[in-house]
Write a protein that binds this ligand. Sequence first.
Ligand SMILES: CC(C)(COP(=O)(O)OP(=O)(O)OC[C@H]1O[C@@H](n2cnc3c(N)ncnc32)[C@H](O)[C@@H]1OP(=O)(O)O)[C@@H](O)C(=O)NCCC(=O)NCCS
Length: 167
Amino acid sequence: MTRSAAGSILFELAAEADALEIARMSRDLIETGLGWSWTATRVLRSIRDPETLVLVAREGKSIIGFAIMDFGEEAAHLALLAVDPSHRRRGIGRDVFDWLKESALTAGIAVIKLELRAGNVEAQHFYRRLGFEEVGWTVGYYRRRETALRMALRLREPATGSPHSTH
Ligand SMILES: CC(C)(COP(=O)(O)OP(=O)(O)OC[C@H]1O[C@@H](n2cnc3c(N)ncnc32)[C@H](O)[C@@H]1OP(=O)(O)O)[C@@H](O)C(=O)NCCC(=O)NCCS
């Protein structure tokens, strides 16, 4: 658990009781117009999965930001990250990501990968600012309707002989 510089925001691992609120935030802030694939059941599975980190930023009792990242051997996949609209541009997204990145460095991860909706220009700016680079496009990635932009942040060179590639 950590606190923001001002002390009012708490960053910690999500509890099982947070699953529904995280799922709602995913539906309303990330999956808009695509249906609802990150249901409470799926989020709960992630919270219980030892290979997945689910983080929340709380102000009082409210969740104002969250992220879900899966850890593999050499690559981690950032599945979701969102901040409540009334709390944006205060560095909360960056703070949530910094925690994930520290965890990835500790776990010896070589690259963090993600996909985002091609039209999501704000998030593209955000991830570029965090050091991510564009690695390609996947047409029809979202419900066979929308193109995804794939981005990656390299943390170290992959182990020699590893079959891993950046995408
Ligand atoms: C993308 C998102 C997570 C950013 O969260 P945030 O807490 O507002 O981001 P931060 O305040 O930490 O921003 C860090 C830097 O990223 C960049 N950035 C963030 N939002 C940006 C925007 N809308 N436009 C341009 N640059 C932006 C800026 O460089 C910013 O630094 P600055 O404020 O000092 O200029 C947030 O806008 C969000 O939840 N969007 C909807 C969900 C989403 O698209 N998630 C990503 C796909 S899963």
